[in-house]
Design a protein around this ligand. Structure first.
Ligand code: G1P
Length: 297
């Protein structure tokens, strides 16, 4: 039995410039799909996978995130007065117990690997998860939970993996596959943001990871990688070079790239349609919109 994964790192220090002006005063992770901030989807996924300690790597201007997870006694009292137990439950699900959540500052934007390294003291010698809240994954079973279960069989480090079009490979970490066993893929090399023509495959790393503490050791070397940044992909690839196993996991579920405007809009539509309280009205509206478009054409 492998050691249980109970800690997760959420790198949330990015400036979110792609979503300016919204992100001038609102952290990107607080932007909402229907009525829940991106970060809430990430937290719910982590909780479903058994995570108990939530480590946020933040930066200046992200204090709204800390408030979001705090207790909100005035709001709770107001909702109680309205006698709305469902809304009260929703509100309570956003509150983190004292000590369950920690905030670490990344002082300079030196890359994803560096952001993860900032949490090294809180991770100590345990395996840990990393969740990138920009990647929202909808599915019957939480993606991280699927990975935790697979990790119990494999050990080693594991990244979520999904095929992407070859011409998009340069936006991702890409896996070089040694062998496949169902959803599990044994990895023989990984490369961060390769040129399309140099990509070893079109199997991309998606923002869910289960990593062994050795990866933190590798990050200690502060190796500069793609874009001059300290890349998490490189620190995981170093594991393979050191003779340790690294796996990709082809998760079941639909991934939305909420780091891009188009992906964010797609997620908004998909999550809106999935909501029983909105589905009828919203799908009716979309049908109307599509028929108008067809008429115009
Ligand atoms: C990061 C990782 C990359 C991964 C991607 C998934 O890149 O560095 O390996 O494929 O997330 O979303 P970013 O999107 O932060 O540039």
């Amino acid at each position: 039995m492998k050691r249980k994964v109970t800690k997760a790192i959420f790198p949330v220090a990015g400036l979110g410039t792609r979503f300016l002006p919204a992100t001038k005063s609102v952290p990107k992770e607080i932007m909402t799909l229907v009525d829940r901030p991106l970060i809430q989807y990430a937290i719910d996924e982590a909780r479903a996978a058994g995570i108990e300690e939530f480590i946020f790597v933040t930066s200046r201007g992200k204090s709204a995130l800390e408030d979001y997870f705090d207790a909100a006694p005035e709001l709770e009292a107001a909702v109680r007065r309205k006698n709305n137990p469902e809304l009260l439950d929703v509100l309570k699900s956003t509150t983190m117990g004292s000590g369950a959540i920690a905030y670490i500052r990344q002082h300079k934007p030196l890359g994803l690997g560096h952001a993860v390294w900032c949490a090294r003291r809180l991770i100590a010698d345990e395996p840990f998860a990393v969740i990138l809240p920009d990647d929202v994954i909808a599915g019957e079973k939480s993606c991280l939970q699927q990975m935790v279960e697979a990790y119990q069989e494999t050990g080693g480090s594991m990244v979520a993996a999904m095929e992407v079009p070859y011409d998009k490979a340069s936006a991702y970490g890409i896996l070089d596959v040694a062998s496949e066993d169902g959803a599990k893929v044994k990895v023989k090399a990984m490369v961060e943001k390769p040129k399309a023509e140099e990509a070893p495959s079109n199997l991309a790393v998606i923002g869910r990871y289960i990593l062994t503490p050795d990866v933190m050791e590798n990050l200690n070397r502060m190796k500069s990688g793609a874009g001059g940044e300290i890349q998490l992909t490189d620190a995981i690839a170093d594991e393979i070079a050191a003779g340790r196993n690294v796996y990709g996991y082809r998760f079941r579920g639909q991934r939305f790239d909420c780091g891009s405007k188009a992906g964010f809009l797609q997620a908004t539509v998909a999550f809106g349609l999935a909501r029983p309280d909105l589905c009828d009205e919203f799908s009716g509206y979309l049908e109307e919109l599509m028929s108008l478009k067809n008429v115009a054409q």
